[in-house]
Design a protein around this ligand. Sequence first.
Ligand code: PLP
Length: 360
Amino acid sequence: TRAFNFSAGPAALPEPVLRQVQEELLEWRGERASVMEVSHRGKAFVACAAEAERDLRELAGVPDDYAVLFLQGGATLLAALLPMNLAGPEAGADYVLTGHWGEKALDNARVSLRARVAASAKADGYDHVPDPAGWDLDPDAAYVHITSNETIHGVEFRQVPDTGDVPLVVDASSNLLSEPLDVRRFGVIYGGAQKNLGPSGLAVAIVRRDLLGRHGRLLPPIFELLNQVKNDSMFNTPPTFAWYVLGLVLKWMKAEGGLAALGERNRRKAERLYAVIDGSGGFYRNPVRPEARSRMNVPFTLPDPALDPVFLKEAEAASLVGLKGHRAVGGMRASIYNAMPEAGVAALADFMADFARRHG
Ligand code: PLP
């Protein structure tokens, strides 16, 4: 039987989606073949791809002047491609660091333009979001980059910072479509699909169209995001199976009540886990300041690292898997994306309370 899967990504998918995939695996939409075996340029797949885009636009309220791209290469490739697509080599770009993935995005930008750190919480062990009033922003920067949810450190922006006329570029890999958002506040929203939206192998980018094609660089055509916009993300062969599954996840999200309902559910799930941590008399600890605690990834430590393997073993026996923390911060991490049901979080919360009683 399936366990409750708290993996940070690739992560749990909604069970009804997996069942539909199973049902359609051999024969899809009258094609007498699986979705993996038909041309991405054929009628059936083109319709399926367009449907996914329509559903994403509807769910997130994406205006027409934004393109929606479905791409290979994950969030990491986009972290490298966006800088070269948004500005020339002489331009500046401001990076706000709230964890590991912001640092990686900066590393990937530095070769393409003058990327600099406008604010960082590194000195405090990435336990908060620096107050935007104190950010050292360059008004001439091509963009400001943030990571809306740091998957490893468990730090989430709870408000969209105001960067004036400078477009905000956000790596939203681990909180994309987990609550309602105002797309117009952003220049680019991008992320890997493998947490909230579908299988790995696919990344999504929502890009204000006027930001593309102005960099003046000579790029290999496959690096030029405008080519993907002009070709409906089919400049080359897209990851068709991942795109199809993402489409099913979007339909599931609509059926669940859309982003408002999912956002409420996600808030309740996170509150439940933080309540167990804070109510454990110091047995469990989460290092993040309460106002920046992630609703998606809840890292926590036990009083003694020697208890970690015991916790993991007992959790697994209770059908709670994927809880081992990232090696950079140690301890445990419960990732509770859209597809994690409230029953899974309740089971984990009960297990944690019981474990603390027995080992505290
Ligand atoms: N950004 C964030 C916030 C992430 O959590 C991850 C992966 O976990 C990445 C970027 C890298 O994503 P990918 O492996 O799709 O390149």
